[in-house]
Design a protein around this ligand. Structure first.
Ligand code: ACO
Length: 428
């Protein structure tokens, strides 16, 4: 007999089955609650709602644990490469050497995009934010690969769509930057690795791999790995819910990019640097900004602080903080903004307001400092996040399709007018 809970309401008792996950997390299964009792649950922002059962990523916010397919984020960030992690997330197991070689080869040979994408790009003003451009370009892939519109095609065809998404995102991301700079686009080079190819298309560094130090190359890979998945976050949930209508992978990922863009989600990395710059420009008075963040009449928040699920520390932030130090040391850069970030972290960590609410630096508090050191412009930071998050979105979309999940369609508690009669315009 499985576990169950009882709900007592208006003299009736309803049994709610309890589902237990691999890590002993219990969930009340309320899927039959409405048909049995007429009740629905209300949970604004889904703070306490499991939208699915998933075997991809495990996260324990209280203990700061994050694992992809059972492997700890610390170990993957240290020992694996980004494409190895992408394979793990999407296909469920670490690849063998030949599986990985084949995967990389497939990705390398699909990195070109159709020439007509250039005319779409030309239509954007140079001021266009690269996230908006990227989301549009990813959606435009449906026009060049119409077969991708049907996610119910053969496994091989769906896999071709997946490979193209991973292969083409760096090209589209770099081109969105080139549009912004009004510089000629650069084509991918097959002899370069995934990351080196992206840097080449951004900055024209054909010898990137030879010139870049292993510390910096590893830091970029680490950043992508740390961002690769984070279970049912805002953008992953968006990808799943869009895909649940049987929309294509490209349409679903395009929506995921839009969701990631906002400053409360992936856009936080851009917002953090802008905030740190503002504090620096205002004389570096960290205490003033901590006070502003605590003031309920002031809408200012400490960007890069707080997380919906991590309430003690974000394990990704610990790894990134160290990587930021390593990269700046390696490149001999002294970034005053890093000093402000560290000071801010210390003040906030010792402040009762932040302690009481479990607000700690999240993954994006330090990532922008690394991107800056690498010469990546501020409005491209969230694009970097999207590059890293793509395997997670794909894994979430694929799992949702393979499990044949029903269309995502929440309910609501209606609070508007009861029925009323139409009033003719002359009588209003
Ligand atoms: N600065 C100041 N106060 C904060 C902050 C912050 N960064 N974050 C939360 N709080 C306060 C809230 O005012 C609230 O206080 P109250 O209980 O007195 O009303 C309390 O902490 C809880 O905040 P919520 O907004 O209810 O928490 P929620 O889980 O909904 O939000 C979020 C999490 C959106 C990440 C929030 O902490 C935030 O806005 N942080 C800044 C933006 C950011 O860094 N986002 C990136 C997240 S990581 C990622 O997506 C990759």
């Amino acid at each position: 007999m499985g576990k169950k809970a009882e709900l007592h309401f208006e003299g009736n008792v309803y049994d709610l089955p309890v589902i237990t996950g691999t890590e002993n997390e219990n969930a009340l299964d309320i899927s039959k609650l409405r048909s049995q009792s007429g009740l629905i649950t209300l949970d604004r922002g889904f703070k306490n709602t499991g939208s699915t059962e998933s075997a991809i990523t495990f996260l324990n916010g209280e203990e700061g644990v994050l694992r992809y397919r059972g492997y700890s984020i610390e170990e993957l960030a240290e020992k694996a490469t980004f494409l190895e992690v992408a394979y793990l997330l999407i296909y469920g197991e670490l690849p063998t050497k030949s599986e990985l070689d084949f995967f990389i080869d497939e990705i390398t040979h699909h990195s070109l995009v159709h020439e007509d994408v250039k005319s779409i790009l030309d239509g954007f003003p140079s001021k266009a934010h690269p996230m908006g451009v990227l989301s549009s370009l990813v959606s435009s892939l449906t026009a060049f690969y119409p077969k991708s519109l049907d996610p119910n095609r053969s496994k091989e065809e769906v896999n071709g769509t997946i490979i193209r998404a991973i292969a083409k995102l760096p090209t589209l991301a770099a081109w969105s930057y080139k549009n912004r700079m009004r510089q000629p686009i650069m084509y991918p080079k097959n002899e370069l690795s995934y990351t080196a190819n992206f840097m080449h298309m951004m900055f024209g560094l054909p010898t990137f791999e030879k010139e870049i130090s292993p510390v910096v190359a590893k830091a970029i890979d680490k950043l992508l790995i740390l961002h690769a998945d984070h279970e049912q976050n805002c953008s992953a949930s968006t990808v799943r819910i869009v895909g649940s209508s049987h929309a294509s992978l490209y349409a679903s990922v395009s929506a995921g990019i839009a969701a990631l863009w906002g400053p409360l989600h992936g856009g936080a990395n851009q917002a953090v640097i802008e905030m740190l710059e503002k504090i620096k420009g205002d004389g570096g008075d960290v205490d003033k900004y901590v006070a502003k963040a605590k003031d309920k009449s002031d809408s200012f928040r400490l960007m890069g602080f707080g997380h919906r699920v991590y309430k003690n520390f974000d394990p990704r932030a610990t790894i990134i903080k160290k990587a930021a130090d390593d990269v700046l040391n390696e490149l001999g850069i002294e970034d005053p903004v890093l000093d402000i970030a560290k000071k801010l972290e210390q003040v906030a960590l010792n402040d009762e307001y932040f302690k009481a609410r479990g607000l700690y630096p999240n993954v994006d508090f330090y990532s922008g400092i690394i991107y800056r050191a690498l010469g990546i412009p501020t409005d491209m930071f969230t694009v970097m996040f999207a590059l890293g998050r793509l395997p997670g979105w794909i894994a979430q979309w694929k799992e949702m399709r393979e499990n044949q999940e029903p269309i995502g369609r929440p309910r609501q508690v209606y609070t508007g007018y009861p029925e009323r009669l139409y009033v003719n315009i002359e009588n209003r």
